[in-house]
Design a protein around this ligand. Sequence first.
Ligand code: 3AM
Length: 193
Amino acid sequence: MTGAGSGGDRPARLRLFVAVTVPEGIRATVDEAVAPLRAEAPELRWTAAEGWHLTVWFLGGVEPDRVQDVEAGVARVAATGHPFTLRLSGTAGTFSSVLWAGIEPAPMLEELARGLATWFGDEMERPFHAHLTLARTDGARRPLKELAERYEGPTAPWTVRHLALMRSRLAVGGSRYEVCNEWPLGLPSSMPG
Ligand code: 3AM
């Protein structure tokens, strides 16, 4: 009885999602802005700066033999887009158990989310709300809103050129994220020089 998880002999599903990654320079400045909040609320589960991303579409557990199809779908949707400018809003907000950094409105990102929803055959359950997850709480929580109000982050823009397929792995201290593959936005043949 050595099967990992509940799947017996079946290969483990991969927890996948589609995202836009955040360049290192932006992550470094967000990290600086977050540092005092982290020091103040060490009981929260703070996300690691190296994995920061904006989730565009969550796929959930994917069978390994379905990954190629998923990749083909993400590539198709990426090809319908084009590079665009993204900018963090410099402010933070909260969902019930999540503290996040916001972004300025980004129609292209919303279009990509709609494209992925259509491709993967799901209605979008609720309006897409792009955000960069900074911390999560399990309950007995210090008001996240207070922390959000004190966050003053960077607003420098960057150009998003790719859509990434990312994998989430559970690990001690919080999920670790890695980029499995990424595809350029827009058809390479139609890209300017
Ligand atoms: O890093 P963030 O928080 O943007 O919140 C989960 C995480 O995004 C999100 O997928 C990313 C990788 O786990 N996620 C997890 N379960 C989800 C679900 N059922 C989900 N997003 C939407 N629906």
